[in-house]
Design a protein around this ligand. Sequence first.
Ligand code: GDP
Ligand code: MG
Length: 394
Amino acid sequence: KVNPEPQQKQHCNVGTIGHVDHGKTTLTAAITKIMEQKGQSKYTSYDDIDSAPEEKSRGITINIAHVYYQTSLRHYAHTDCPGHADYVKNMISGTSQMDCAILLVAATDGQMPQTVEHLLLAKQIGIQHIVVFINKADLVDKDTLELVELEIRELLSDFGFDGNDCPVIFGSALKALKGEETEYGVPSVHRLMDALDKYVPTPVRDYTSPFEMPIDNVFSVPGRGTVVTGTIKKGTIKKGDDAVVLGFNEEHKTQASGLQVFKKNVEVAVAGDNVGVLVKNLKVATLEKGMLLCARNSKKISNHYVANIYFLTKGEGGRSKPIIGKYIQQMFSATWNCAVRIDLKEGQDMFMPGQHGQVLLTLIKKMVMSDGQSFTVRENNKTVATGTIVKTLE
Ligand code: GDP
Ligand code: MG
């Protein structure tokens, strides 16, 4: 059983990434203008995109612009951020959940430090598809464009992206925005739209990976037993399946002896469903919100993780003082929170507010976290950091 999708166009979340001044905002404006002429977007000017209002997400403030357009194939929600720090926060906190990214590289500069940083973050948050727009093609010769293409394909491959086969488009966001019908003008935006449609698969819910559901409530049903509820993150569960509950140092084997979706008994539930699972032989007192119900032998609990983290500045509501290791606070992720110690990596002696990089996390209790899973750290109920899991350590 797969829940019916609404009978409308499929949807894809995309975002521009790349070094400052490489043309992300100009391209975003150009796309909306050109697609508006086909009745498939609403023009949003450069200034409107760049003066995007602040948005609060997961307790942190991000400047982020959302624009929308559609092709004959699907709807796109597209995000663009004004500053580098906004990109870091947006990507690390998972705010706009990009399914794919348009990487802007100005042909006049080639790859630059923020090009590399954004690609690294894209990789860590699980973005698989990148379409490259080599911008400012109006300012260089053909040889330079081809050299930049070669360089960027190598960089993408180095990061584990599909550097050989991903689409690379030469264009000029500025000429496109001005409506010029020359090769690098308007047609380059149409080539970009085609590339997105053809290269990026429509994201689908993952029905085939091992079953995973973060528990958001536990209660007992008189005469029946213990029920856990949550939204299925991955996979499929059938009535009678073996399962295990993991988290807060504990592992409890069980069996899904009953399933309910929308208060109706069902035989099968899939990713995206809100489900109540009757867990055989488990007492309410042994379970708690924040544990993970999952397929047996699919996940391990651990105290130790490597994470990418961003510390908010004082102006963003974060700390005023640097972190110098052995920093203990409360960490929030999925449906749980737990005390965590944050240690700096060897060779680093402090982390300033506004900085991002890798740290080691030690949770006071063993939990399950997947690569790419996001979390926040709070001090006195204020978010001071946001992060993404890079690796689980034994
Ligand atoms: P962002 O920081 O990546 O969002 O870059 P912007 O879109 O703000 O562009 C930075 C500057 O580059 C602006 O002055 C744009 O007008 C200019 N620019 C953007 N695209 C092009 C282009 O294709 N050709 C030329 N010559 N200039 C461009
Ligand atoms: Mg910009």
